[in-house]
Design a protein around this ligand. Sequence first.
Ligand code: CUA
Length: 183
Amino acid sequence: MSQQEAHSAIVSPKGNWWSIPAGRHEKRWITIAFIWCMILFAMMPFWHFKGGQNPSGIRSRVEPARYSERVTKFVKDYQVGMDKGIPVVAPPPGAEVYLLGKMWDWFPVLKLKKGVEYTLHISSIDLNHGFSLYPVNLNFQIVPGYDYALKVTPNKAGDFRIICNEFCGIGHHLMVGKVLVEE
Ligand code: CUA
């Protein structure tokens, strides 16, 4: 290395650079980085209370088989039709709604009413799935063994898709579900 000294992960700089005290600019950057770390650190609890983005859902443990039974009962009680081999279920206002993620379906198809409150339960019976409601920006991790329940009130009528956003095997890209919201 003659005229211009170049360093990389392979070519180390010469001399005793590690024993020389940090320069003015270096110290300044360390200070800025430290302050920024502290700001980001404080943002975590701040957003929890102020951001309104962490759902204060009801969480409980559930055996996948038990959850599956609840879904079966839910479908039996309120089924109104079929859509490509998957039951379409229209629960009454205020009902406990059960949605199940499994390789590679969202089960069943939900038919809800706009402006009506439901308690939506979501769980998986096999492995991790990701619930993402399209085109709304809503994302949840769906983990087997846990029942995530949320109070939801659809505020827009339409035909929504549930897309799995957590890689769950060979059929991951086919894992698309449906939520129909009527006026
Ligand atoms: Cu389920 Cu990806």
